[in-house]
Design a protein around this ligand. Structure first.
Ligand SMILES: Nc1ncnc2c1ncn2[C@@H]1O[C@H](COP(=O)(O)OP(=O)(O)OP(=O)(O)O)[C@@H](O)[C@H]1O
Length: 625
C-alpha cells in the first residue's frame, strides 16, 4: 500500500497544480460553469441583501408596529412580498449554482471516462501487460471522479468571495465598530478552516486508500471463494480481511477525532462573533450611536456567512485528491503505445498463409507500474527486467491447412500466437500474413481476416446468439451453422430458450466446455481466413474436440487453422506440427516425422497420451460403478 505521506505532494505545489487542473476543467465546461458562478454570485449578493431587507423591515415596520402595539394588513403584506422576493432571488441563485456545478461535474466525469477507456482500446497489449486491470478500473472510475470532485464545492466558494466582499462593504457602511468585529471573526474562521483541512486531508486520503484496500481484499476473497473453501483457507482470509478493516477503523476514528476537535471551534467562532456584535451593538444603541435594526442586520450577516465560508475548506480539502487523480488519469492519456500502423490492407485474395521469420519477443516486466508517477514525469516507469519468451523463430504456416504448435508449458506458444494476430509486435524479426508484413497493415486489417479463440473464454451477460454475433449482422442460419461447427447446437437447443437464452455473468449458467464452444462459434461465424485456437478446447471432451476440428477442416472456404495443442488427438489431426521449447522451434514437420526424430516432442506427446489413457480409465471405472 502507498502511504498517505508518499502520495501527498507539498502543499504549495498541490495548490498550484490543483489550480491548473481547475483551469483545465473551466476551459472545458466554460458555459455551464459560468452559469454556476453567476448563480453563486446572485446567492452571495442576495444573502447580504437579505440582511439589509430585514434591517429595513425592522426599522420601517416592526419597530413602529411594536411601539404602536398594532400592525396593519398593508404592513404585513409589505413584509411578505419583500421577504418572498429576496428568498426567491436567493433560491434562483442556489438552483443555478447547484445545477451548473452538477452538470459540469458529471460532464467532466463522462468526458474523461470516455477518453480513458478509448485510450485503453488504443494502447497495445504490451502496455496492458504492464498495468494490472484493477489499476485500470480505478483510473477510469475513482481517479476521474477524484479529479473533478473539486467542482462540487468550487462555485459555492467563488460565491462566498462575492458574499464576503459585499458583506464587508455593508458592515462598514452600517457601523465601523461592528465591521471591525467582522474583520476579526471572518479571517479567524478562514484560518481555522485552513488548519482543519490541512489536518484532515492526509487522514481522509489514508482512510480512502484503506477503503479501496478493503474492497480489494473482499473482492479477491469472494472471487477466490471456491479456492478458499477447497483449501480450507477461511481463517487466514478472515484474518487478512480483519487486519485491513482494523486499519481502516483506526484511520476512520482518527478522521472523526480530528473533526470532533475542530468542529466545535469552527462553530464557536461565529457564535462568539454574534455575541460580540450584540454586546457592542447594544452599548452603541443605548448611547444613541446606532439603531436596533442595524444590530439585527449585522448579527444576521454573521450567522448566515459562517457556514458558506467553510466551502473554502472543502475546496482546499479536495485539492490533493484532484492532483493525485489527475496525475493518474493524465498518465493514461499521455501513455504512448509503441504500436504503429501502416496503410495497407491484407491481400484481398490471400488464403491465410502465415510466415514468421527470425521472430523474437521479450516481455518488459516493470516491478510496479505507477501511473501517478508517469503522470508527474510524463514518461512511463522504466522496466526493471526483460523476459525473453520467444527467440529467433522461423515457421511457415501453409494456407488452408491445420498447423499445431506443441511445446511444454511456458515455452512461448501463446506469445507466438499473439504476434501472429498482431496483439503484440515482435522485438525482432517479421511476421507476415499472405506475404504482407503485419506492421504495414492498416489498423483493423488483421482482425478482418484472422480470429483468435483464446485460453480464457469471456462471455457477456447476453443471449447465446448475442455472444456469437457480438453485434454483427448475421441471420439465424449463420448462427446455427457456427454453433453446429463448434459442436454447440445440441446443448444450445436444450437450453430453455435455445439460442435466445441469456448465459448470465461471464456465462455462469454454462459449463466450461459449453462456454468454450460458444466462443468458438463466435470465431467461426466471422469466416476468418486464419483461425487461431490457443488451447481453446481444453474443457471440451476429446471426442467433441475431434468433431470440431473435423468440421473446421471440412468447411468449403479452406480456412487456415493454427492450433496450440495439448492432446494427442488434436495433434494427430494437424497437417503439420511445430515443436517449441524455451521459446525456440526445435523441429517442424508432420506428427509422425517428429515422433521419429525429435526426442523432446516424443516425450511430451507420450505424456499427453498416457494422461489421456488414465483419464479414460477413470471415466470407464466411474461408469461401471
Ligand atoms: N505478461 C507477461 N509478462 C512477463 N512474462 C510473461 C508474460 N506472459 C508470459 N510471460 C513469460 O513468457 C514465457 C512464455 O509464456 P507463454 O504464455 O507464451 O507460454 P505458453 O507456451 O503459451 O505457456 P502455457 O502452455 O502454459 O500456456 C513464460 O516464461 C512466461 O513466464
Amino acid at each position: 500500500m502507498t502511504s498517505a505521506a508518499q502520495t501527498r505532494p507539498a502543499p504549495r505545489r498541490t495548490l498550484r497544480r490543483g489550480l491548473r487542473v481547475i483551469a483545465t476543467g473551466f476551459g472545458e465546461q466554460r458555459k455551464v460553469l459560468a452559469v454556476a458562478v453567476l448563480g453563486s454570485a446572485i446567492y452571495g449578493v442576495m444573502t447580504v441583501a437579505m440582511a439589509r431587507v430585514i434591517a429595513h423591515l425592522v426599522s420601517s415596520i416592526v419597530e413602529p408596529a411594536v411601539a404602536a402595539r398594532s400592525i396593519s394588513g398593508g404592513q404585513v403584506w409589505t413584509i411578505v412580498w419583500q421577504m418572498t422576493l429576496a428568498v426567491l432571488l436567493t433560491v434562483v441563485g442556489v438552483v443555478l449554482r447547484r445545477v451548473g456545478a452538477g452538470i459540469a461535474f458529471f460532464n467532466l466525469n463522462a468526458s474523461y471516462r470516455r477518453r480513458v477507456t478509448r485510450q485503453y482500446l488504443r494502447l497495445p497489449l504490451a502496455w496492458h501487460h504492464r498495468h494490472p486491470s484493477g489499476q485500470l478500473l480505478s483510473n477510469a472510475n475513482a481517479d476521474v471522479e477524484a479529479t473533478w470532485n473539486v467542482f462540487q464545492p468550487l462555485p459555492m466558494a467563488i460565491g462566498v468571495l462575492v458574499m464576503l466582499a459585499v458583506g464587508s462593504v455593508e458592515m462598514f457602511r452600517v457601523d465601523l465598530w461592528l465591521a471591525l468585529i467582522g474583520m476579526l471573526v471572518f479571517p479567524a474562521l478562514f484560518v481555522a478552516n485552513l488548519v482543519f483541512q490541512s489536518r484532515m486531508s492526509p487522514r481522509v486520503t489514508l482512510a480512502q486508500q484503506l477503503r479501496a484496500e478493503v474492497s480489494e481484499v473482499a473482492h479477491e476473497s469472494l472471487e477466490a471463494g471456491l479456492l478458499v473453501k477447497a483449501m480450507g483457507r477461511e481463517e487466514q482470509e478472515t484474518a487478512r480481511f480483519a487486519e485491513v478493516t482494523n486499519r481502516l477503523r483506526v484511520a476512520a476514528v482518527e478522521v472523526g477525532r480530528t473533526r470532533g476537535t475542530f468542529d466545535p471551534v469552527i462553530e464557536a467562532i461565529p457564535t462568539f462573533g454574534t455575541l460580540a456584535v450584540l454586546a457592542v451593538g447594544t452599548a452603541r444603541v443605548s448611547s444613541g450611536d446606532l439603531d436596533a435594526a442595524s444590530v439585527v442586520q449585522i448579527a444576521y450577516l454573521f450567522s448566515v456567512l459562517a457556514f458558506p465560508v467553510r466551502s473554502f475548506g472543502w475546496v482546499l480539502a479536495e485539492l490533493p485528491r484532484t492532483v493525485n487523480g489527475w496525475d493518474r488519469v493524465a498518465g493514461v492519456l499521455r501513455a504512448r503505445g509503441e504500436m504503429t500502423y501502416g496503410d495497407q490492407p491484407l491481400p484481398f485474395d490471400g488464403q491465410g498463409a502465415v510466415g514468421l521469420e527470425g521472430v523474437s519477443y521479450a516481455y518488459d516486466v516493470a516491478e510496479r507500474s505507477d501511473l501517478g508517477r508517469e503522470g508527474v514525469t510524463g514518461s512511463e516507469s522504466a522496466p526493471t527486467e526483460r523476459v525473453t519468451a520467444v527467440r529467433d523463430v522461423t515457421i511457415e504456416i501453409p494456407p488452408g491447412q491445420t498447423t499445431a504448435l506443441v511445446g511444454p508449458t511456458g515455452s512461448g506458444k501463446s506469445t507466438l500466437v499473439n504476434m501472429v494476430l498482431r496483439l503484440v509486435d515482435p522485438t525482432g524479426g517479421v511476421v507476415e500474413i499472405d506475404g504482407r508484413d503485419l506492421r504495414e497493415v492498416r489498423q483493423g486489417g488483421v482482425p478482418e481476416v484472422a480470429t483468435l479463440v483464446a485460453q480464457e473464454t469471456f462471455l457477456f451477460d447476453d443471449t447465446v446468439e448475442g455472444n456469437v454475433t457480438l453485434g454483427r449482422d448475421a441471420d439465424e442460419t449463420d448462427v446455427e451453422d457456427a454453433l453446429r461447427v463448434a459442436q454447440a447446437s445440441k446443448f444450445v437447443a436444450e437450453l430453455s430458450d435455445g439460442a435466445q437464452t441469456r448465459v448470465g455473468e461471464r456465462g455462469a449458467s454454462l459449463s466450461g466446455g459449453q462456454r468454450q464452444r460458444i466462443a468458438l462459434a463466435r470465431a467461426v461465424i466471422r469466416r476468418p481466413r486464419l483461425l487461431v485456437l490457443d488451447d481453446a478446447t481444453s474443457a471440451v471432451d476429446p471426442a467433441i474436440e475431434t468433431a470440431i476440428l473435423d468440421g473446421l477442416r471440412e468447411r468449403s472456404d479452406g480456412m487456415t487453422v493454427l492450433v496450440v495443442a495439448y492432446r494427442k488427438s488434436t495433434i494427430g489431426m494437424a497437417d503439420r506440427v511445430a515443436y517449441i521449447e524455451r521459446g525456440r522451434v526445435l523441429d517442424q514437420g508432420t506428427h509422425s516425422e517428429l515422433m521419429d526424430r525429435c526426442e523432446g516432442y516424443r516425450r511430451l506427446v507420450t505424456a499427453y497420451t498416457r494422461e489421456a489413457e488414465e483419464r479414460a480409465a477413470v471415466a470407464a471405472d466411474e461408469e461401471a460403478s
